[in-house]
Write a protein that binds this ligand. Sequence first.
Ligand code: PPS
Length: 462
Amino acid sequence: MGCSKWRAAFNFGHLKVQSKLSVFFTMIVLFTYLFYCLNGYCDSLPRPVYNQQTDLQNKIVSNDGHGASLDQLGAHHASPASFVREQLPDLSNSDAPSNNISIANNFGSKKFPQAVIIGVKKGGTRALLEFLRIHPDVRAVGSEPHFFDRFYDKGLEWYRNLMPRTLEGQITMEKTPSYFITKEAPRRVFSMSRHTKLIVVVRDPVTRAVSDYTQTLSKSPGLPSFQNLAFRNATTGLIDTSWSAVRIGIYAKHLETWLRFFPLSRFLFVSGERLVTDPAGEMGRVQDFLGLKRVVTDKHFYFNQTKGFPCLKKPEGSSRPRCLGKSKGRPHPQIPTGVLLKLRDFYRPFNLKFYQMTGKQPHTAHPLPTFPFNEPHNISSHSRSDLSNWSLVTTLLHDLLFTVEVRIGPLACPEVRVQSAFRHQSHLRPLGLHMQRVTPRPMRRRYENVRKRESLLSARHT
Ligand SMILES: Nc1ncnc2c1ncn2[C@@H]1O[C@H](COP(=O)(O)OS(=O)(=O)O)[C@@H](OP(=O)(O)O)[C@H]1O
């Protein structure tokens, strides 16, 4: 019979129990291996690139451990950046192409990120990454790898293995907002690739500090009040810069460290505020910077009234609309206005410095940041020409936070377009408030036409 041959082949009856068991286990091992391979886990096999990277990593570690500090480098070299660039090899440079030699298979290959969202914490980094992920040419790690701050000793190979596989033409990305304030991060990112594109989402540092505090408060409800933490001395109003919620917002200081390694052209500063008020516009700038086709447009967003934020119509891997999670867009606790004003005063010089540092970057049609002008009394101290670009006005009304975006056009009769975005809008009506009462008075006095536009707004929102 035809079957008898097979019966003979699979008839292990003549084998001892021991042999049967060993055949059985061999098959299990084989199947497990096959299963893992099919799921893309086989690239942990040793490759030549590994040794090269370990060597490099040792160099980096020894640089970190025993090399000169950045300040020392700066003291001995006219251009610390160029000195460091000479000292540290660039793995993705054409001289050392092995950096991105990756393990190709049918599903693509794992590459180091060509672009990293390095900050800032509570700036809107998650929103930006999620918006980018709907672009077919972007692949990003979902969680924050924290490689350049916490896990650097795990090595570059470990880092690359965290990355999703990409096909030709796709960009690999990750976001870890704490990189921006990590002193060692610029040097480490530079040593991975001097060509890395760096994206920083900046947000009014006062609002950012409150957002940061809100997050900590949600985890530790017994936390002292915001003002207790923000001031070193409540009577003198001395700000406590050792509190991370305050320190992170000194953007100019952190940026200085990065500029020792990367030229300004490597950076894109995204406005956290505009990411809420005009996500499609801001995404346009981001896609241009990354050299991507403008695929993510206003078609992809809708404003969710309940959430008070823009949400995605079709997020990556889903056909249903989705907003960011509950930890994004939390209501902030009420902070006394006096405390906020003191903080604004504190940040003003740093904001202006940051504005000067970033104002000339080539990727911005209009310079960032907009928040140095975010108070009415601050606006009045600037000439109208200073405001000929986008300007953001953030104001607190009772315990509600409203963001109003105002555009002063280039013509003699400025066009004012109030675009956005009123959080907790539904709370307005019971209070009997209209948008026109929200716009700060000095602003109204100074820019007459704002008043005219307000009637438009109140008509739209009452
Ligand atoms: N579309 C959308 N949906 C929800 N939230 C949005 C959105 N765009 C920007 N934001 C703002 O993002 C703030 C959180 O910033 P991050 O994602 O950078 O926070 S984190 O550092 O990763 O914890 C978060 O801060 P809070 O409002 O204080 O929670 C939001 O204001």
